[in-house]
Design a protein around this ligand. Structure first.
Ligand code: SAH
Length: 502
């Protein structure tokens, strides 16, 4: 049985603009053919087992010709594959989606079209420009300025000059002068407001506002992809531009921990406008083999309180218990203590509410909370990383509480992406550290980075102490959470602006 082809619009850049239906199609695909304009993070949604084929074009040179793409879609479908054709924006807005369907129709292949958010509307929106607006424009016209290489396009400027509504030109970055001059020559008012928006909906978005007669000079040489908007609605841009007002706009932040999903630190920073570079410096390795899992199961009932000092510990232990056919019931009557919110949240995923959590996230505070909770003669089991901070142990020792430890995981330094060069070219404003081990992992691979050129954003005092040892200039979150880290960056930026403004 032949498979099916699904055209999926990836949206203009911001991966959050992919539709839910588009995401589901990617997750179910066997083969994905994708373009240059589809964001990397969208392509990453494609499961490992799925074949990914890049068919984009680079600077005018066609990597794969249109006929070849059409043929590839057909062949994979004939082989019974579930094929997704992922395209920037919407497939039918200057996306050649229709052309790709022709051959499929001829061969009776099933297909589906999942609309995408088109750059023609979304990019102006991210620049605060509504393409229609009561009183300013009651129609919008999307045109292409694209043509065969070397030739100027055949645009009926007379028609466009008298059209009255908003004009949106796609594929016109290199033809800005040709377009504005053509419109003015055809009689359009030279003071008609214009905007050029490059790399819209991404942290690199650049907006230039002007009028027909000065936009070319102001925009310089716009870089592709860019949208050109012409019409009175461009005047609303200053008022409605929400995107450039985001607190972290213009800042580049490196995140040194692994992010499993976008709800983590990276996602939060991106939502506030930052350009985030993920460069994980550590990964977690479980120390729980079958023997250790059985030992944990045997030991648990002997303890009154079982303590976890990180979400990683929770995950490793639960996975270890599952691997020997056990589940949360292995904790029996023991109380569960956690160091802070993230660890508590990790437990909730397994249907467990932690019993003890200190007000402040720190080993000492957890020790005090345990000392209070442990009954006379009570026993405490610590399930934690191989080289854990010993603040907790000293408080327990001082309080005379009997405690033992099982090491459940270790952190191993790694370097998926080395950012030394970016740092030394002053391209990174902040580097975030969520544990002492991320600092050590970072330093192991970035020994030649000029540490004075960025600020280290530390989750807590212990991490900051580690960062300072290497001479980093630190800002520290008020309480140990990713929300507080984000807030610390925002406050730091505010502080700098205030200093600048005197
Ligand atoms: N099907 C796409 C358009 C493809 S044509 C859509 O619906 O958006 C490619 C053109 O789209 C580019 O030359 C540029 O004009 C525009 N474009 C796409 N993504 C853009 C972005 N992030 N910022 C600015 N323009 C973009």
């Amino acid at each position: 049985m032949p498979g099916k082809v699904t055209l999926v619009g990836a949206g203009p850049g911001d991966p959050g603009l992919l539709t839910l239906k588009g995401k589901a199609a990617l997750e179910n695909a066997d083969v994905v053919l994708y373009d240059r304009l589809a964001d990397k993070r969208i392509v990453e949604l494609v499961p490992e087992r799925c074949e990914r084929i890049y068919v984009g074009k680079r600077s005018g040179e066609h990597t794969v010709g249109q006929d070849d793409i059409n043929r590839m879609l057909l062949e994979h479908a004939l082989n019974g594959k579930n094929v997704v054709r992922l395209k920037g924006g919407d497939s039918f807005v200057f996306g050649r989606g229709g052309e790709e369907l022709e051959l499929l129709c001829k061969n009776n292949i099933d297909f589906e079209i999942i609309p995408g958010v088109t750059s023609a509307v979304a990019v102006p929106e991210y620049a605060g420009i509504p393409v229609t607006h009561r009183g300013a424009s009651s129609s919008v016209h999307i045109a292409t300025a694209h043509t065969k290489q070397g030739k100027n396009p055949d645009i009926d400027f007379k028609k466009y000059a008298g059209i009255g509504g908003t004009l949106v030109f796609l594929m016109g970055a290199s033809l800005l002068g040709f377009i504005v001059n053509g419109l003015m020559d055809a009689g359009m008012d030279k003071y008609t407001p214009c905007a050029v928006i490059e790399r819209g909906t991404t942290p690199m978005q650049k907006k230039t506002l002007g009028t027909l007669c000065d936009i070319e000079k102001k925009a310089g040489k716009p870089e592709s992809p860019a949208v050109i908007v012409i019409g009175g609605v461009c005047e609303l841009s200053e008022k409605f531009d929400w995107y450039s007002r985001l607190p972290l706009r213009g800042k580049t932040i490196a995140v040194t921990r692994h992010e499993e999903h976008s709800s983590g630190l990276s996602g939060m920073l991106r939502e506030l406008g930052a350009d985030v570079i993920e460069c994980p410096c550590i990964h977690i390795e479980s120390l729980i083999d079958r023997k250790t899992a059985l030992r944990i199961k045997r030991e648990l009932p002997k303890y009154d309180i079982v303590v976890f000092t990180s979400a990683n510990g929770v995950k490793t232990v639960m996975e270890g218990l599952y691997s020997i056919g056990c589940d949360a019931r292995a904790f029996g009557e023991s109380k569960i203590a956690v160091i802070g919110g993230a660890t508590s949240l990790a437990f909730k995923k397994y249907g467990i509410n932690a019993d003890i959590m200190p007000e402040k996230y720190s080993g000492k505070a957890l020790g005090r909370a345990l000392a209070k909770a442990a009954k006379r003669g009570g026993r405490v089991l610590l399930l934690r990383a191989e080289s854990s901070n010993k603040d907790l142990d000293s408080v327990l020792d001082q309080s005379g509480i009997d405690h033992s430890e099982i090491k459940v995981y270790k952190t191993v330094s790694e370097c998926e992406l080395n950012i030394t060069e970016l740092i030394n070219r002053k391209k990174i404003d902040y580097v975030t550290f969520t544990s002492g081990s991320t600092v050590r992992g970072f330093m192991q691979f970035h020994e030649y980075a000029e540490l004075s050129l960025f600020k280290a954003v530390c989750i807590g005092d212990v991490t900051a102490t580690e960062a300072k040892k290497y001479g980093m200039s630190c800002i520290t979150a008020e309480n140990s959470s990713i929300e507080a880290m984000t807030e610390a960056i925002i406050n730091d930026i505010k502080g700098q602006t205030e200093v600048k403004n005197g």
